[in-house]
Design a protein around this ligand. Structure first.
Ligand SMILES: Nc1nc2c(ncn2[C@@H]2O[C@H](COP(=O)(O)OP(=O)(O)OP(=O)(O)O)[C@@H](O)[C@H]2O)c(=O)[nH]1
Ligand SMILES: [Mg+2]
Length: 435
């Protein structure tokens, strides 16, 4: 039997403990003032330990298999006090519960068939997601929308395997199983569903989901001033001496429900100062891992634009003219701002937002998936193509049957029907404790 605090260890209005395992409800009954025998209902109970009241809590019992883990489980909603959290932890340990490993509740749920592997992965991605659109797509994945499509595709593949394998087993007979089963046409249909699934999925990596926006340019153009202005507080040092910023400084803002990680960097120039030189190198490296670059220039540095553009290869960028309160630009800019007065800053935020949305294309996608999922889909598609080629040209039907088996096996890998222990370990280690 396992237990865990499902909410953060901090003061809060309510803290939630979760316990799971055969017999856990009876065990918990032994420490409350009145036994609970009803499931999926909320009860108010006093938890009493060694004759003293620990806390008055709301308690819900779930009976196997109708719980998150598929086992008997209890959820305890106590006061979010550090002393209550500590005392309840002692109670659970004394009752013989073991503290759960990160993700153990979800791993048990997966092992009991309550979640497919991709649904379990979507649980972590949902918890880690910060913007609303992504969050909604992960919620749908947790609810099983994507697995349902893949289960259906898997069943369709199985149905066709019967015909293809039948034509091998009964090759002496006159009956053409493949033509009778309409196999080619149905394979092409599965192929287009699978290709459609890949097209409508956005592959999300943790780092890129951060929407990193780099403040980039020559020294003293007001990068740090603009960075502070966009954050709404003074995070980075500002001075009239060129070369003030020497490190990467990042800070997050939320804008229109989207999180953006703003990254201030050292002004790029040739310098003999070793520390500044390291900062300049860091700024250059950061270009690669940012989603969007702001080239920030002022009146004194306008002629450097082409030099800075050439450092970006094909990265998305906006060219920003700063210090408009002092002087007007000569060239053409995506945005003209003054970090000092705040003029143009709102417009700059909107442009950043538009470009990030366009970049992510999240709103146009139906699913957000991981690299692992894309690999499974692509390998299924490639085996499917190989199979269609053989079926339509009527050769190597026995190898076509093997191709179809591989399609099924890639879909199974996606769902976790086929998996290695290493893979499970890798996936569940990213969970928080209590999930
Ligand atoms: N008039 C005016 N001055 C500004 C504006 N933005 C920044 N400055 C001034 O420009 C100088 C340099 O500002 P910083 O924000 O430190 O510039 P930086 O690009 O971060 O410089 P480095 O870190 O050295 O690369 C400071 O004296 C700021 O007060 C602005 O919009 N208008
Ligand atoms: Mg700076």
């Amino acid at each position: 039997m396992i237990f865990a605090l499902a909410t953060p260890v901090t003061q809060s209005a309510i803290a939630v403990f979760r316990i799971s395992g055969e017999g856990c409800c009876q065990k918990f009954n032994s420490v409350i003032n009145k036994s609970i025998t009803d499931y999926r209902k909320v009860f108010l109970r006093d938890i009493i330990w060694e004759g003293a009241l620990v806390d008055r809590c709301s308690v819900v019992y779930y009976s196997s298999p109708n719980s998150y883990t598929g086992e008997d489980s209890v959820e305890v909603y106590c006061h979010g006090s550090l002393s209550v959290i500590r005392s309840l932890t002692e109670v659970f340990l004394s009752l013989g519960f073991r503290e759960a490993d990160p993700g153990e509740f979800s791993r048990v749920a997966f092992e009991n068939g309550k979640l497919s592997l991709n649904e379990a992965e979507a649980v972590v991605d949902l918890i880690n997601s910060e913007d609303a659109v992504r969050g909604q797509l992960f919620s749908e994945a947790v609810a099983g929308k994507l697995s349902e499509i893949v289960y259906t595709l898997g069943n369709d593949v199985d149905a066709l395997r019967v015909f293809v394998e039948g034509s091998i087993d009964f090759s002496d007979e006159d009956h053409n199983f493949i033509a009778a089963g309409n196999v080619e046409e149905r394979l092409v249909k599965i192929k287009s569903s699978l290709a459609g699934l890949i097209d409508s999925s956005l592959v999300s990596s943790r780092k890129l989901s951060k929407n990193r926006v780099l403040f980039f340019g020559p020294p003293n153009t007001g990068k740090s001033s603009l960075f502070n202005r966009m954050l709404g507080f003074d995070r980075a040092l500002v001075s009239k001496i060129p070369g003030t910023t020497r490190d990467l400084i990042d800070s997050e803002i939320f804008y229109n429900s989207v999180n953006m990680e703003l990254v201030d960097s050292a002004g790029i120039r040739e310098t003999d100062d070793l520390v500044e030189r390291s900062g300049v190198a860091l700024s250059g490296d950061e270009v690669k891992s940012s989603n969007l670059i702001l080239i920030i220039l002022d009146h004194d540095t306008e002629e450097l634009l082409s030099r800075f553009k050439s450092k970006l290869s094909d990265k998305k960028h906006l060219v920003v003219f700063n210090k408009s309160d002092k002087q007007h630009p000569n060239g053409f800019y995506d945005c003209v701002v003054s970090a000092k007065s705040g003029d143009g800053v709102q417009e700059l935020k909107n442009k950043i937002f538009e470009l990030i949305q366009e970049d992510k294309d999240v709103t146009k996608k139906t699913f957000v998936i991981r690299d692992r999922h894309l690999k499974c889909f692509k390998s299924a598609l490639s085996s499917l193509n190989a199979c269609i080629e053989k079926i339509s040209n009527e050769y190597d039907v026995d190898i076509a049957a093997e191709d179809l088996r591989l399609v099924r096996s890639s879909l199974d890998e996606f769902l976790g029907i086929k998996h290695s222990d290493d893979l499970l370990g890798d996936i569940f280690k990213d969970f928080c404790i209590g999930k």
